[in-house]
Design a protein around this ligand. Structure first.
Ligand code: D5M
Ligand code: FE
Ligand code: ZN
Length: 528
């Protein structure tokens, strides 16, 4: 036991003083205790590069904190709810649904009960698992300019079809058909260019397949001007404009939007993960092991284990490993410097999960798939060991699956970075609002040619053709949940602490918080 503890500390760059070491050995479960100490230290004050000297005082302090966090699980429910309420005060859209979120810290109880066994007889479980959209095998692009034209035509046509069903857009016309003396125009357009005039109005150049038209959004019309702030380059919208003067003045912006969907019955649970970043030094291995113990019904209090028992599906929405050469100097932050070995390690973790849970994996920008979206499923040549697990399914990013009739749209979320850059009111933290916006625009990555590389396929697979029951995203490493028009919008956070890159960009992750849709109800469990 004692060498195991010292090895673990050494691996994480932690140096225990002799008194601190004695104190650790005196704990009930020294190994479990030191794991919690390491997580506390690594997730807070220190970067992974720091060598940390730990004395008796530090251990005593951490111990005190740990105690309070364990003994207050019950009241914690209240605290997290209050916190949520407070943080909601800053948000414009406070949804009632949000204040009802159940959040728990997973209680550190090992489940000794034999009632529920791992790897229960798999043949008893009936899965109704369908892949609705997987673009892995549909990539025809050769990178030619004609492809780009076809790609944008496809985007325009698909979104036009949705838009033209709206009552306001029943009688649209093409730019080329606008008469000189026509006082009002009603068009379906793609945003070509956005500028601010010297008087602070927004001047947008739009296009359709017949031509281009500049339309001004005056800052005197505050409400519409605010709406026009959210217009993104290359998105497709309906526009009604007043055409009386020298230039058309916008009077209405119409998004494709989503209609409210009816809630479906669900008698099972879906767990959502993303951005595990296995292979990174900042991957929270201990917390992830606790998660695996929980999902195997071996960790947590009774109520928490009941949630685990319900789980039938687990979706991983990209960045399962940290990858190699994703950003400059990444190798300094890697614990495993070989991509295949990273996937082997991932397979070791996922292989411990009860085999009666179906695991669905989509790639993210750190994975070994083509980076341009739509990203094909993880290639078997790199993720060989994952392909050996027979309860794992692979899908593209984006991808659509049906789990016993619940349709889940999976999208890693890289386009969030571009949208946050383009619109001043949008932030990574409130990415639930970004998901809502993507649904309104019915497109997962509207902006072409910024940080999100889009492959100019013959068809635009990033258009949201069908309204899903769940939109599952990741990438930003910050958990959010919102119910919008009956659709569950879930960002599943991360299992990685703050990286150097995120420190520079002021991104505070929310690691080791796992969302679950348990029989239709959103719950969140915390493993740190
Ligand atoms: O992304 C991890 C986090 O870093 C996530 O919050 C987005 C942010 N991020 C990543 N790339 C960029 C760029 N290029 N600009 C701004 N913010 C970014 P991950 O994909 O795990 O590295
Ligand atoms: Fe990530
Ligand atoms: Zn990512």
């Amino acid at each position: 036991m004692s060498t195991k503890i010292l090895m673990k500390c050494a691996k994480k760059g932690i140096n225990l003083s002799p008194e601190a070491y004695d104190l650790v050995l005196n704990q009930k479960d020294p190994f479990d205790f030191i794991s919690s100490v390491i997580i506390k230290l690594k997730s807070k004050d220190y970067s992974k590069k720091d060598l940390i000297s730990v004395d008796k005082e530090t251990i005593l302090n951490i111990k005190k904190n740990l105690k309070t966090s364990i003994s207050t699980v019950k009241s914690n429910e209240k605290i997290t709810k209050n916190n949520l309420k407070n943080s909601n005060k800053n948000q414009n859209n406070i949804t009632e649904e949000k204040s009802k979120i159940e959040k728990y810290e997973v209680e550190q109880i090992k489940n000794e009960s034999e009632e529920f066994k791992r790897n229960i007889n798999k043949s008893n479980v009936k899965y109704d698992f369908k892949i609705i959209q997987d673009t892995s095998k549909k990539s025809y692009t050769s990178g030619e300019i004609e492809n780009l034209i076809t790609y944008f035509q496809s985007r325009y046509e698909k979104l036009s079809k949705i838009l033209s069903k709206k009552p306001e857009l029943k009688n649209t016309q093409k730019i080329v058909d606008i008469e000189e003396n026509q006082s009002m125009v009603n068009l379906i357009l793609m945003v070509k260019d956005i500028r601010i005039t010297k008087n602070g109005h927004r001047l947008i150049e739009f296009e359709d397949e017949t031509g281009t038209i500049p339309i001004l959004f005056s800052n005197k019309n505050e409400k519409l001007f605010k709406e026009s702030e959210k217009l993104l380059k290359d998105e497709v919208v309906g526009i009604i404009a007043d055409n009386n003067g020298d230039i058309a003045i916008g009077t209405e912006i119409i998004n494709p939007g989503v209609t409210r969907i009816a809630e479906k019955e669900m008698d099972f649970g879906i767990v959502f993960l993303s951005d595990i970043h296995i292979g990174s030094l900042t991957f929270l291995e201990d917390a992830f092991n606790k998660f695996i113990d929980w999902i195997n019904c071996e960790y947590g209090n009774k109520k928490q284990i009941k949630i685990a028992e319900d789980v039938k599906y687990l979706i991983i929405c990209g960045d399962i490993v940290d990858g190699i050469g994703v950003y400059p100097n990444q190798e300094k932050e890697l614990a495993i410097k070989d991509i295949k070995a990273q996937y082997s390690e991932a397979a070791k973790f996922l292989g411990k999960i009860r085999s009666d849970i179906k695991i669905i994996i989509a790639p993210g920008n750190h994975d070994a798939s083509r980076v341009a979206e739509p990203q094909p499923a993880l290639p078997e040549e790199y993720a060989e060991d994952l392909y050996k697990l027979d309860n794992v399914e692979f899908i593209s990013n984006p991808g659509v699956i049906s789990l016993d009739g619940i349709n889940v749209l999976i999208y890693h979320g890289r386009s969030f970075d571009d949208i946050v850059m383009a619109v001043k009111d949008f932030t990574h933290e409130k990415n639930d609002l970004l998901m809502e916006e993507l649904l309104k625009k019915r497109h997962l990555a509207p902006i072409y040619g910024e940080k999100t590389p889009l492959a100019s396929e013959l068809e635009d697979y990033l258009v949201i053709d069908q309204i899903p029951d769940v939109l599952h995203t990741g990438h930003v490493h910050i958990n959010t949940y919102k119910k919008f028009n009956g659709i569950h919008l879930i960002n599943s956070g991360t299992f990685q602490t703050q990286t150097e890159f995120q420190k520079i960009n002021n991104i505070e992750p929310t690691p080791a918080e796992v969302p679950i849709l348990d029989k239709g109800k959103y719950k969140q469990l915390k493993f740190i």
